[in-house]
Design a protein around this ligand. Structure first.
Ligand SMILES: Cc1cc2nc3c(=O)[nH]c(=O)nc-3n(C[C@H](O)[C@H](O)[C@H](O)COP(=O)(O)OP(=O)(O)OC[C@H]3O[C@@H](n4cnc5c(N)ncnc54)[C@H](O)[C@@H]3O)c2cc1C
Length: 388
């Protein structure tokens, strides 16, 4: 009888922190400058992360994961971010884990899980979550991609933009309209093999942040997909989207929060050391207040994600939680990055870690639904327009 002895959560955190520091941070400034145009810039690191267990942290053991709780998984991924200076890689890994693998794990049938999860957990395949279209970003119900029923399956047509990992992905979770007369209930979710004829992938966008992993466009032109590509039942796409985006909003910044902690610690050290005329700037109350606010934003963010994890582990369903986490944590990530840059004076304006954090964190307030949209959702729950 074979079994693998699991590390304690503290050992796992240390392992992930060291791995993030020693392996994933390598050459990050050069890779950031090059912008993920060449898959060899990131693919090897992605696979190393998968082999280290990052993509299996709370996936079921039968599919190669460790099956840890959400609470422990958050701790481990936070530690990864404390060590890792490559926020693009952290976003890509967390995006695949929370938005895609969880969907397949919960909504997939046994065939879909066995086909895709081991390969995704092991880093042999890369997955994309394809929702956004040119005329449908904030309003997901406006998507135009269609999946028309055929004798053997569906014919997929449409274009998805701003899709993380798309230029190099092997498989995508694609949302498309199967019945235009049924409104939100006319949307379905599919797991599409991107090697299918009629699929094309764009080159990576030249985006301002998270440049170390590719983001791009997926185009589907009369792509014939089999019935077995359907995730859940026909018409359940909106419900699947709501659940997968809830996991994404709650946990996609687990590792970014570790990076925020490292940035806070380094900012304190900087402000202690930087002493024009022999007077450390940390003794200036304006500066120390900024750092105190950075600490508070970090602590609140951490408590919010821990709370989201505890709710799921305890089986509590609170539909407002993901929007509260997403809004608060994304705004905190960006604000702390700006404050860290301000405290460094002109040196923070040089290209490098500090300005890269600003560029990377600027994307967090948009991806996964903008802060404006999270406020709208929170307000809708408060007014009772949507039951929690
Ligand atoms: C780094 C990054 C990664 C991404 N990864 C993915 C991915 O993997 N998969 C994917 O499908 N998509 C992805 N996206 C796309 C992202 O989900 C959308 O950009 C986002 O939902 C906003 O849509 P939009 O860009 O079309 O903006 P729009 O919807 O056009 O919004 C523009 C502005 O108007 C505001 N606004 C719009 N509607 C309202 C409203 N009703 N009330 C108040 N304000 C409103 C918005 O808040 C925003 O400020 C990614 C985006 C980024 C930046």
């Amino acid at each position: 009888m074979g079994y693998t002895l699991m590390l304690s959560i503290d050992e796992k955190c240390e392992e992930f922190r060291n791995f993030g520091h020693e392996v994933l941070s390598e050459d990050v400034e050069e890779r950031d400058r090059r912008g993920a145009k060449d898959p060899s810039d990131w693919m090897g690191l992605w696979q190393s992360a998968a082999h280290k267990g990052v993509l299996g942290i709370n996936m079921p053991q039968q599919f190669g994961g460790e099956g840890r709780s959400f609470t422990d998984s958050f701790q481990a991924l936070h530690s990864l971010g404390e060590g890792c200076r490559d926020n693009g890689m952290l976003l890509g890994l967390n995006g695949q884990l929370w938005a895609m693998q969880h969907s397949i794990s919960v909504f997939g049938n046994e065939h879909q899980k066995a086909k895709w999860l081991p390969a995704l957990v092991d880093g042999e395949a890369v997955c994309a979550h394809a929702v956004t279209e040119t005329n449908s970003g904030s309003d997901v119900t406006g998507i135009r991609a269609t999946a028309e029923k055929t004798k053997y399956g569906y014919r997929l047509n449409g274009e998805k933009i701003w899709i993380g990992m798309a230029p190099a992905a092997d498989v995508a979770q694609v949302f498309a309209i199967t019945n235009p007369d049924h409104g939100a209930w006319g949307m379905s979710a599919f797991i599409v093999d991107l090697k299918s004829p009629g699929v094309s992938k764009s080159a990576p966008y030249d985006k301002s942040g998270h440049r170390t992993v590719p983001t791009g466009k997926l185009t589907f032109e009369d792509v014939e997909i089999p019935d077995e590509s359907l995730l859940g039942s026909e018409g359940s796409g909106h419900a699947i989207f709501n659940q997968s985006i809830a996991w994404e909003r709650s946990f996609i910044f687990s590792s970014h929060l570790g990076a925020m902690k490292r940035q806070l610690d380094e900012t304190v050290l900087f402000a202690r050391d930087r002493a024009p005329n022999g007077k450390p700037i940390i003794n200036n109350q304006t500066v120390s207040n900024r750092i105190a606010d950075m600490q508070v934003r970090y602590e609140i963010s951490r408590l919010l994600i821990e709370n989201a994890a505890r709710e799921i582990d305890a089986g509590v369903k609170n539909r407002m939680t993901p929007s509260v986490v997403k809004l608060s944590v994304a705004e905190a990530l960006l604000e702390n990055a700006l404050q860290a840059q301000r405290i460094r004076g002109a040196s923070g304006y040089l290209t490098g870690e500090c300005e890269r954090m600003v560029r990377d964190m600027a994307g967090t307030i948009t991806l996964g639904g903008t802060s404006d949209i999270q406020r709208l959702l929170i307000s809708a729950y408060q007014k009772g327009a949507v039951r929690t």
